[in-house]
Design a protein around this ligand. Structure first.
Ligand code: SF4
Ligand code: SF4
Length: 207
């Protein structure tokens, strides 16, 4: 029996979440909007730091969320059904974490109550998108391969340890407190709630 005081992402199945809850799960990191490649031989996914043409590298949001799927053919809408199949979602992605039965990290706006923590922790793509796909031909994407979007950021771990060192242990009752208000994800049409860009196929073997 789920604890009725637990936050919704620990208490509800993904398919039971309201639309607002589902949307608020997105931390706004923008990692899924980077171009990715799949090695056709190994099926390994690699990230590049080339952004989708609609990705704003400063806000980490979609510039035209309302029309994104007509403008970007392969922009995928995440759903409770497909999120478990999309193995290329970043390891920090809240949808992936919750689908795997894990809790959200301290920097998630739903936990911190502050939409900036995803950027402060070094999780988001802010300042790290080196080019737009409009400026990079497909046959040069390999030159932009990076590993950081596929990793848990060291900065987030360090900050978590530092926070733990500074703070006394939280009282047990606190873990059962209701979640902070979901103000980290305003219902802003420019702020995609659930988005992902699938990797492209590539014949190049990186292994
Ligand atoms: S859907 Fe994309 S932007 Fe949202 S948490 Fe997952 S990786 Fe980040
Ligand atoms: S939500 Fe879709 S269209 Fe918008 S930036 Fe991300 S991948 Fe591109």
């Amino acid at each position: 029996m789920p604890d009725p005081q637990a936050p919704f992402w620990r208490r509800k199945a993904m398919s039971e979440m309201t639309r607002a809850e589902w949307e608020s799960l997105c931390d706004g990191c923008g990692r899924c909007c980077l171009n990715k490649l799949i090695d056709e031989d190994t099926d390994a996914t690699v990230f590049t730091d080339v952004g989708c043409k609609l990705l704003d590298g400063a806000s980490c949001r979609c510039r035209d969320y309302a029309h994104r799927q007509s403008k970007v053919r392969d922009c995928v809408r995440l759903t409770p059904r497909n999120v478990r199949r999309l193995k290329w979602l970043p390891p920090t992605c809240a949808y992936r974490l919750v689908a795997e039965g894990k809790d959200l990290a301290w920097w998630h706006p739903l936990v911190s109550g502050d939409p900036e923590t995803v950027h402060c922790a070094g999780v988001s793509v802010r300042g790290r998108v080196t080019a737009s796909e409009t400026d990079v031909p497909d046959d040069r994407l390999e030159e932009y391969i990076v590993s950081w979007p596929g990793k848990w950021p060291k900065g987030a771990r360090r900050a978590r340890r530092a926070r733990a060192a500074r703070s006394p242990p939280a009282p047990r009752a606190r873990a059962r407190s209701p979640p902070p208000p979901a103000r980290g994800r305003p219902r802003d049409p420019g702020c995609p709630p659930a988005r992902a860009r699938p990797p492209r196929r590539s014949g190049r073997a990186w292994a």
